[in-house]
Design a protein around this ligand. Sequence first.
Ligand SMILES: *Cc1c(COP(=O)(O)O)cnc(C)c1O
Length: 367
Amino acid sequence: MNFDGSALAVAGVRTLEPYRPGKPVEALEREYGVVDAVKLASNENPLGAGAAAIAALRGLEQVLGRYPDGSGYVLKQALARHLDVAAGQLTLGNGSNDVLDLLARAYAGPGEEVVYSAHAFAVYAIVTRAVGATPVVVPAVAWGHDLDAMQRAVTARTRIVFVANPNNPTGTRLGASDLAAFVAALPEHVIVVVDEAYFEYVDAPDHPDCIQWIERHPNLVVTRTFSKIHGLAALRIGYGVAHESVADVLNRVRQPFNVGTAGLLAATAALADADHVQRSRAVNAAGLAQLQTGLQALGLDVIPSCANFIAFDTARDAAPIYEALLRRGVIVRPIANYGMPRHLRVTVGLPAENERFLAALGAVLVR
Ligand SMILES: *Cc1c(COP(=O)(O)O)cnc(C)c1O
């Protein structure tokens, strides 16, 4: 029997590396026999979901037999008000990753090019290759997007440009004037996707809210998510904001029930829960400072971050350090698959979790 299902796959998929998620706490406890593990590996909100989102799930058992509202009417109305856009500009996704996938399926195909930066979010490569398009990966500057080089990489064959702002896993960000000039310089046959999964964490005066630019640049699409600051990663819900004609295209290729009832209910409540967002932002700002100071005290170089995670240079192969941290019950994220084999990425946790990580790392580094 030498049947090989991989050989039958379309060309882009044959050599595709699967997404490598952060190790779940239960997996670590099972595999390493540790108890009381801390997971700082998937940029999750350490406060979890807010009270309003949890309350919105009461009564869910009554409707489990029904399909969700495939149009997402209530959530779209709430988002439209919250973002000051038309409901027709919105596409809901099973996580914003789903929206990235819809964009690739609707706008790129074999022989066409998709441009993104080195060290950018792994899903751009997955969705690009899955549709048979050609990835054009532009080298980074100081771990961030090199917008000039990305602009030069655009050709007549380019269909999509992905920009993560802030970027994961590096935590780097682009200011309003640089990004605005970039978007304005791109030809209209290119769909420009600005992935704003961490938008709500950034508090820099020059940070752009790219949704404001869609009216001026109808080829611009902005994606956001309920997985990060809203603490709803388990429910898989995110969205895209676009020109109505683009949203219409995405809604054509979307699976009819791609977002479940739990996600719709919880997200609608989470959107109105400004307190939880505010508290999450405050916990994150303090934790980011705690991690940055602690890492620097260990003599490590960090990449300055404005998101809910920070990448740092271990100054050696990071894999054994990742392993040693696991044995101490601390899960962080190795990012060798992002072309960063000496770095690790740690998510901001609660103060005690951050401290536990810093203490474990300190112990691992002196050994
Ligand atoms: C976490 C993340 C997402 C969002 O993922 P979901 O599918 O919404 O959970 C999107 N883009 C980036 C850069 C991310 O880090």
